[in-house]
Design a protein around this ligand. Structure first.
Ligand code: DC
Length: 233
């Protein structure tokens, strides 16, 4: 790393649809640059997990007062790669498929977004962060020095998630078919794009990266190169 890179710290925003490889890429990139990785999707997932556990997903959509109280009593905290919900480590649970399928309903609530927006802004305040999500370059850090919009073919993304689920389960059974996963991914894309608050949308000044035919290493390398150019400039 050059002297300029050591001194200048930037914010790298990585947005894009579900399962486009954002998290893995962002994590490795942060490690390579000595930056902090902030996974904002995990924060929405933690709120969704609480709503599912308390069986209040529907009520949160319709009862404003209840939503306000629920949020007042909900604390989400990231500690490195670990996610804490009301001080309990929920890092593994938030990737359950039940959470994946309900999280769009929760992340489309304006009050939920406002609450998480504040802590995301605080976490990136000192720069030197790689933050991934759906609205980082457009809403959370519109001033980010480098914005990447990562896309990949839906079928390719379903294949990646399928492989991940096979590896995660001790018996190698993903518990869902590849077709079903692809349908769910397409549905989540549609939900994320069509919501009225902070919809998934490529910021005008973001660089698009199609990862359909790239390995994780290639993705990291491309963004690291772009980051290097920004840092040196
Ligand atoms: O990246 P992910 O699949 O873990 O994200 C989970 C959900 O949270 C997904 O439905 C989109 C939503 N999300 C969001 O609305 N804004 C963000 N900055 C990050 C995630």
């Amino acid at each position: 790393m050059s002297e300029a890179q050591v001194k200048k710290k930037i914010i790298i925003a990585i947005d894009g649809p579900a399962a486009s490889g954002k998290s893995t890429t962002a994590r490795l990139l942060a490690k390579q640059l000595g930056y902090t990785y902030i996974n904002t999707g995990a924060m929405y997932r933690a709120v969704a997990l609480k709503a599912i556990t308390k069986d209040v997903v529907d009520r949160l959509q319709s009862d404003e007062q209840f939503l306000a109280e629920f949020l007042l009593n909900t604390q989400v905290r990231l500690e490195g790669e670990q996610v804490f919900l009301d001080e309990k480590d929920v890092t593994a649970e938030i990737y359950d498929n039940t959470v994946s399928n309900a999280v769009s309903q929760i992340s489309s609530l304006k009050k939920v977004r406002e609450k998480l927006f504040d802590s995301q802004r605080q976490m990136g305040w000192h720069k030197g962060v790689v933050m991934d999500g759906r609205d980082i370059g457009s809403v959370v850090f519109p001033e980010a020095e480098l914005k990447i919009f990562m896309i990949a073919d839906a079928h390719e993304r379903a294949k990646r998630r399928y492989k991940e689920l096979c590896e995660k389960n001790p018996d190698g059974n993903p518990g869902i078919s590849l077709d079903m996963l692809e349908q769910e991914i397409r549905q989540r894309d549609e939900d994320d794009r069509s919501r009225s608050v902070a919809p998934l949308k490529k910021p005008l000044d973001a660089k698009e990266l199609d990862t359909s035919h790239l390995s994780i290493e290639e993705q990291v390398e491309r963004i690291a190169q772009m980051a290097g150019e920004v840092i040196e400039s």
